[in-house]
Design a protein around this ligand. Structure first.
Ligand SMILES: Cc1cc2nc3c(=O)[nH]c(=O)nc-3n(C[C@H](O)[C@H](O)[C@H](O)COP(=O)(O)OP(=O)(O)OC[C@H]3O[C@@H](n4cnc5c(N)ncnc54)[C@H](O)[C@@H]3O)c2cc1C
Length: 281
């Protein structure tokens, strides 16, 4: 099927985009919106291409964080676009490359953007999980100015976000990590390049005293498992048992049946084993 007819505008700057947006839909890489247009699940009369905005293309260090422009593509991150800025946080740089490289196929990664992925808010999306565990803040721009929303409050449900009408996601601020930060990232899918059926991500930074563990691919936003993360931070690998992992997963509403929860708990176990340097079981 082909998309219904629409007007297409390519905005050169944020003020042009904001002027057009109230009567239009933002278009990033088109890798989620394109299929939805073709299936006629959405029929906007006008699209505003925001993939070339200077605000969306800029990456920089700011306020103890790396600001990643919303229009940066998965492929650019996979290819190390953030490495130079993150030379003092090499673990974070490696995690970003790893997450990006596991999204879909290269053709999709060439066009799909960080902002598009977060704004689309598919519960199984990789950046949704990664930006939650990394405690990122999202930069939302409207005619009234810029506001920052923590990722933990941005996604209120499947495909539902805090983005208001006429608002643009221009950037993501990810707190810098110490060089010794350890991370785990596990995504179960039947074929490489597919959305996750179960996923888990963890970030432990002994210097900053943080230990975060998050599960994704649920029926809504990712869920945090703080008690298990604290137990592993305090007791080490001994706390990573199948029973502990299943109990932690079962303690939050995942929207899955018993088999689904078991699958997530195995993702959690492997993810934590990556953090502690244990072999995967
Ligand atoms: C076959 C296939 C497999 C895939 N596999 C995966 C996977 O394994 N993991 C994964 O995470 N993703 C996967 N994806 C999705 C892919 O990552 C998309 O790139 C992403 O979901 C959307 O990014 P985009 O830039 O293409 O956004 P678009 O498709 O252009 O837009 C998506 C939505 O975001 C809005 N939007 C876009 N940019 C902005 C902005 N700056 N501000 C406000 N709203 C905005 C649009 O209006 C639209 O509602 C897959 C997609 C396909 C087609």
């Amino acid at each position: 099927m082909k998309a219904a007819q629409f007007h297409y505008d390519r905005a050169d700057n944020a003020s042009d985009a904001l002027r057009l947006l109230p009567d239009a839909k933002a278009f990033g890489g088109g890798q989620s919106l394109g299929p939805m247009l073709n299936l006629r699940l959405v029929r906007p009369g006008r699209l505003v291409d925001v993939s070339a905005l200077a605000e969306g293309r800029r990456c920089e260090l700011r306020d103890g964080a790396i600001r990643i422009g919303g229009a940066i593509t998965h492929a650019e991150i996979e290819d190390g676009a953030l490495d130079e800025l993150l030379r003092e946080s090499p673990s974070l740089a490696a995690m970003m490359r790893h997450v990006a490289s596991g999204i879909a196929y290269r053709a999709i990664r060439n066009r799909g953007t960080v902002a598009g992925s977060l704004a689309h808010a598919d519960p199984a999306a990789d950046w949704v999980l990664a930006m939650t565990v990394l405690d990122a803040q999202l930069e939302l721009l409207s005619a009234a100015g810029t506001r920052r929303v923590p990722m933990s409050q941005f996604m209120s449900g499947a495909f539902t976000t805090a983005l208001a009408e006429g608002e643009l996601l221009t950037g993501v601020l990810v707190p810098l990590a110490s060089p010794g930060m350890r991370w785990g990232y596990v995504k179960f899918c039947r074929k490489a390049g597919e959305f996750a059926e179960a996923s888990a991500a963890a970030v432990f930074d002994p210097v900053q005293g943080t230990a975060r563990l998050v599960i994704g691919a649920l029926d809504g936003a990712p869920a945090c498992l703080p008690q298990l993360a604290s137990a592993v931070a305090a007791q080490g690998a001994g706390a990573i048992t199948a029973e502990n992992c299943l109990a932690a997963v079962s303690s939050v509403a995942t929207g899955k049946d018993a088999t689904g929860n078991l699958q997530i708990s195995i993702a959690v176990k492997r993810c934590l084993q990556q953090v502690t340097g244990e072999k995967q079981s």
